[in-house]
Structures are given as C-alpha cells and as structure tokens.
Design a protein around this ligand. Structure first.
Ligand code: NAD
Length: 499
C-alpha cells in the first residue's frame, strides 16, 4: 500500500488558504492553485493565485501603513513590545508549525522540528532581531573645515515597503530571516511564500495576524511567478528580499531596476569541500558530505557542498565511507522517525535531476551508486536514490550547474593550488569547506576560496553571523548587523550651529 498524508492533513485541520491584507483575512474570488505533497503527490489544499490584483491590494495596504501609520516612527521599546508576544507564540506553536512544514515539503518531521529550519530556530531568529530594535543607531562626524560651523549626523531609517519572496526548501527559516529584520527596522512587509509550501508560513501569518501590529504592517499573498513578478516590479515596493534560484534572482533584478529597488538576493550554489590528506578523519568528512547530499532535504539546500574535491591519496577511503553512509538512508512517511530524507519537491524537478544523472554518465563521470526511483509504497512520491559520481572533472555539467538534488560529484586533486583553483572555477560562491588538521593550511585555503562563507572541518550557518554569496550566489548578507543595514537607509542631517 502507498503512503498517504491525507490522515495527517485532516488531523491538522488544513483548510483552503486566504490572503491577509491590511489587517484582515480575504477570501479570494479569483483563480486558485493546488498544493501537492512531494512524498505522495496528493493534494493538500488550494491557495489563491493572487496575481497582480492581489499584489496591488497588498502593496497598497503596506504603503499606507508605512506612509501614514505609526509603525516606522514607533519608539524602540513600543515596537519591541508589540513583536515580543509573536515570538512567544511561535515557540508555543513550534510542534504544529513543524508538522505543517513536513506537510509542505516532505522534510522528515524530526528535522522539521529540531534543525536550523525549525520553528524554534525561526523564533530564535525573531528573538535575535528584536534585540537590535533599540540599537539601530547612526553616527556623528567631526567638523571638517572652518568655512562653516555645521554638525553632521546620520540616522538609520526603515527602507520602506519590503517584498519578501520565499523558496520552498526552508519556508519557516526564510520567512524569519526576512520578516524579522524588516519588522524590527520599522518596515512594512508583503510576503509571498513559494507556491509549493504555504501551510507552515500561513500558520506563522495567522499568529502575526492575531497580534496587535497596526493594520497593513504585515501582509501575505500566495501565488507563483506572476505574483512574484508583480511584487518585484511594483512601484510601491522599496525593497525586495529574495531567496531562490539565480535564474529568478536575475529576473527580479531586471524587473526591479526601473524603480531602483534595494535588493537582497540569497541564491544558489555549487559549493566545494576540499578534503586534504592531513584531515583528522576521512571517514568523518565523507560521511558528512554524503550525508548532506542524501539525508535531511536530500541535497536540496543552497549551501550543500555538492563538489567534494578530494586528494587522490585518500580517494578510495573517501568513496568507501560515502558508500557506507548511504546505507543509512531511509525513505518513507515523512512523519515516521525512521525516515531520514525528503523527496524531491516536484515531478518536474525529479525529471530534471534524472536528466543531470544521464548527462553525468554521458560526459564520462563514474556513477558509483544511486539514481534509482523506488517503487512499492514509495511509487507515488518523487524519490531518487542518492547518487555519487567519482572521477568528475570540473568542466563537466554536473560540476558546474546547481542540480539541487541528492547528487555528490567527487573531483580528485593532487596539490593545494589545484584544489583552490577547482573550488574557485565556478560561477557560484555561496559556501565552501576545507577539511584539514593543519591550521596554517586551514587559514590559507579558507582565505583563498572565493565564497561568502567557509567552514573549516564542518559548515553551519547561524542567524547572528552574516551568510550570503558572491558571484551568481547572490547580493548582500543575511544575519546580524549587515541585515539591519540592508533594511534601513542612511539619512545624513546637518545642523548649522550658527543658524
Ligand atoms: P525559485 O527561484 O524557483 O522560486 C523562489 C520564489 O520565487 C518562489 O516564491 C517563486 O514563486 C518565486 N518566483 C518564481 N518566478 C518568479 C519571478 N519571475 N519573479 C519573482 N518571483 C518569482 O527557487 P526554489 O525552487 O523555491 O528554491 C530553490 C533555489 O533557492 C535554489 O537555487 C537554492 O540554491 C536557492 N536557495 C538559496 C538559499 C540561500 O540562502 N542562498 C536558501 C535556500 C534556497
């Protein structure tokens, strides 16, 4: 018998979605779309396709709340007091939000509840940004010349109406990474979740809707590319904060150019992990790297090092441990604690990944294992057995393009210089890793790699340290003070002291 998520859907009382605009929930009289679960291809419910009309209404509400409402000018402690109960309610509802996230994208419930994409992590991110509210300060400048007697100072003011466009793979995490700093800085927001994953984000929205935020400060619309385009080209939007693919990032950049919107773009990656022979444990490196490509979101994570650049002298040992790791992978009902891995988000994406696997074989990479599509009770889901390609050259398609699936490409190297050259020979630069027990090498290589962040002997991002990409991996950083800068504009004011 096939897995079914209908009983869980009914237990969680999932209802058709609505829009939240200007402080009230709106039923939608226009088109709707179905949200399909990737583990079973069953319909979870439907959501409004907001399109340009819904976006116009939401942006108008956010604009009014910004231009005429109290939110942007509110005293720090008052703004914090209004946001604090939301954080507490996120914590209180964390289990239900985690369940809904698993019902969204099929991430195993254990990870949905306990990892860095959990509702607890999202609440922590809100908590972090609430801490900045009374520290968003400007600077004063010394007098420059005797020609005038002016005192100069800067103020950080909210950037305005923010459009937050979310991906499907970490809906709860990315919601928090965008909405929390926007609200903390005094901006008003229109959120658009991915068309694949609306359930958990809608629950977060319900909690915000029940708070005492002034109407129009927070709005949410659902829909696909049309709604995204409407947001990123809208004259009433001052800033777009986006996490998603580089192709869409490019479209947003072009659509937003006429009104010179501020942009934060967290895009894709093709990160490299360099594994040197002096690493403390080849087994640990291989298990981690293969684990990132085969468990959790099954390699559908932007920062996953999908190129393992491994010294030739430890290659056999590396491949052996990677193969051992894959034996621990279990597909199945995402609510079963034994399930280790998520399905591929859609049939279309699964076909695309299978296409990459064929291209890898055709271009001469050595398929060590994986690439099957399980049948039986899994036949209705979008599963792919995790893949390892050995003897990959960096000019092969599978080493150059973001596959966004359970595929690890292993590239051999002989010298440190060659390893760095391979790592940097990519149009991406999001994250990277270096595995070595030699401290000098660790620093040397970490500094030489062109990437927004680097992990030494392991990689993880945290919300209070900046994360983001260079090259096609994005623009700007999320995490800590750089985010506050990205959600505020500097205003310089001078006082004529003789006036
Ligand atoms: P996607 O680009 O397909 O979609 C992201 C969002 O953009 C969705 O809400 C979608 O509806 C919207 N959209 C689609 N077309 C649009 C358009 N023309 N204009 C405006 N919006 C539009 O990405 P995805 O499949 O949801 O997510 C996977 C991608 O996200 C991968 O490339 C991954 O690397 C990247 N990602 C990056 C980070 C990071 O922090 N750098 C984190 C997670 C995911």
């Amino acid at each position: 018998m096939s897995i079914s998520l209908i009983p869980m859907r009914d237990e969680l009382n999932v209802r058709p979605g609505r829009l939240f605009i200007g402080g009230s929930w709106r039923d939608w009289d226009g088109e709707r779309f179905d949200q399909i679960h990737p583990a079973t291809n069953e319909v979870m419910t439907s959501f409004p396709e907001a399109g340009r009309r819904g976006v116009d209404e939401a942006v108008a509400a956010a604009r009014r709340a910004f231009d005429e409402g109290p939110w942007p000018h509110m005293r720090a402690q008052d703004r914090k007091r209004l946001l604090q109960p939301i954080v507490e309610r996120f914590y209180a509802a964390e289990r239900e939000i985690a369940q809904l996230q698993t019902l969204d994208n099929g991430i195993p419930f254990t990870f949905s509840r306990n990892s860095r994409v959990s509702a607890k992590a999202a609440a922590d991110i809100f908590d972090h940004y609430l801490g900045w509210i009374d520290k968003i300060n400007g600077e004063t400048y010394p007098q420059f010349s005797s020609a005038s007697n002016m005192q100069y100072m800067t103020f950080r003011e909210p950037v305005g109406v923010v459009a937050a466009i979310l991906p499907w793979n970490g809906p709860v995490l990315t919601f928090a990474l965008k909405v929390a700093p926007a609200l903390a800085c005094g901006c008003t927001v229109v959120v658009k979740p991915s068309e694949y994953t609306n359930l958990a984000v809608m629950r977060l929205a319900e909690i915000i809707a029940e708070s005492d935020l002034p109407p129009g400060v927070f709005n949410i619309v659902t829909g696909a590319a049309e709604a995204g385009t409407a947001l990123s080209s809208h004259q009433g939007v001052d800033k777009v904060t986006f996490t998603g693919s580089p192709v869409v990032g490019e479209k947003i950049t072009i659509a937003s150019a006429p009104s010179m919107k501020r942009l934060s773009l967290e895009l894709g990656g093709k990160s490299a992990a360099l594994v040197f022979p002096d690493t403390q444990s080849v087994a640990a490196a291989a298990t981690t790297l293969m684990g990132l490509c085969s468990t959790f979101l099954s390699g559908q994570v932007c920062s996953t090092p999908t190129r393992a650049v491994v010294h030739r002298s430890i290659m056999d040992e590396f491949l052996h441990h990677a193969a051992e790791q894959v034996k621990k992978v279990r597909f199945g009902d995402p609510f079963d604690p034994a399930t280790t891995s998520a399905p591929i988000i859609s049939r279309r994406q699964r076909a695309k990944i299978l296409g990459y696997i064929e291209t890898g074989k055709r271009e001469g990479a050595e398929l060590m294992f994986g690439g099957g599509t399980p049948g039986g009770e899994l036949a209705n889901g979008n599963w792919i057995d995790p893949v390892l390609f050995a003897n990959v050259r960096n000019d092969m398609t599978i080493a150059r393009e973001e596959i966004f699936g359970p595929v690890l490409s292993v590239i051999p190297f002989d010298t440190e210089e060659e390893a760095i050259r391979i790592a940097n020979d990519s149009e991406y630069g999001l994250a990277g890793c270096v595995y070595t027990a030699n401290v000098n090498r660790a620093f040397r290589v970490a500094r030489a790699m062109r990437s927004g962040s680097i992990g030494v002997n392991g990689y993880a991002s945290i919300p209070n340290a900046p994360m983001g990409g260079v090259k096609r991996s994005g623009v700007g950083r999320e995490g800590g003070w750089p985010t506050i800068e990205a959600f505020t504009e500097l205003k310089t004011v001078n006082f004529n002291l003789d006036g």
